[in-house]
Design a protein around this ligand. Sequence first.
Ligand code: UDX
Length: 447
Amino acid sequence: MNIAVIGTGYVGLVSGVCYAELGNHVICVDKEKDKIRVLQEGGIPIYEPGLKQLADHNRELGRLQFTFDTLEAVRQSDVVIIAVGTPPGPRGEADLQYIEAAAREIGDAMNGYKVVVVKSTVPVGTNEKVQQIVRSRTDQVFDIASVPEFLREGSAVRDTLYPDRIVIGAESPQAVELLKQLHQSLTPEIIVTDIRSAEMIKYASNAFLATKISFINEIANICEKVGADVTEVATGMGLDHRIGPHFLQAGIGYGGSCFPKDTKALIQIAGNADYDFKLLKSVVEVNRQQRFGIIDKLIATIGPMQRMEGKKVGVWGLAFKPDTDDVREAPALDIVQTLIEHGAIPKVYDPVAMDNFRSVLDHPSIHWCRSALEAAEEAEAICLLTEWKEFKQTDFKAVEQVMLRPLLIDGRNIFGPQHFKDTQFLYYSVGRPAFGQGHGAMQTLMG
Ligand code: UDX
């Protein structure tokens, strides 16, 4: 099939490369000329494991091209996929200006039957709007379909090539047939729904996963108060098939480009329909507060925030999760900002997200470190905010040597007691008893 993908952000680029890998001829389009130039020259503007190799392979086979000429790309295609951004507007609602602009251009380029697929996450009813815009600009016959994307950053290629399910929201048999053909080699789990339900499936899935995270985080907070261990609790809960083991990892909460945006957008969608989505509002609020649990633990151990003045605090991990350089809505942003506000000196290190973090939050008191060990030097505490693999392999005997006080506050629960048994470390995590040498501090925390 000939496919045009409009928008080369995460979803568009990964989808485009993966559709090419399935044997289709794909043209990816973007308005940002610099981005397209990078792609044309063989670069990949995002950090995503495996994506470059797959893109190179398909480029060599002549199945993958990049252009900023939307009209030409659409003219050459049977399927046109809209994968542009839907950033949050002032009240959390999805801003549809890029979707609408893409629809206008598609309408102007129509030269025969095409299926227009919306992959961007859009409020219920948006596909119909796209249909109206395209129809207002052409007499050609076309169909519209919603095929939401469920890929995760860091495992985007795998998630796209081996999805749990494909959702096709389409009402024309011709479009359904074409899209089934396009996706049939990926999974037998293809569900066909009406367009509005497909749009809702995406929001409902993300909102449910966010709810699971905020739920386990609140359980973790209670575990801390009653002396239980949330990792044991999550294991015990997850063995019930109705609950399942995934997304029950307690920590400092979710970030990224999807959960924060989509939860707020769904609250807004519900509100527009006169429905107060109370549960999801709480999920968002719990997530906002959860990241500050790290600061509470610092206060419990080092002392009140006014005593932070001039103190160095190592910050391990800035990306919102491992295997990505994405810092959008990352808990690290709020945590580092709070440290700065209290006069502390954050010594930050991330294996790949340093530049992105600096472009959002740059401040003279931040020390930009080249290694985890450097970030620990002369620090009063280390806050671990992203569960990068390299942190799991830390030699804590070496780290202990360079710190002023061997204190680790682990926002992602990646270690067990055995890691610290030959050290002086005091270790705090989320929803689990503290362990290590400083039992006095542990008492403080347990209240
Ligand atoms: C998410 C959805 O998983 C994906 O289906 C959708 O298409 C886009 O949004 P992504 O944001 O890339 O993907 O990352 P994901 O792995 O889902 O993690 C999201 C956030 O939740 C991260 O900040 C992660 O640290 C956090 N998380 C995840 C937890 O805190 N606990 C968990 O158990 C799982």
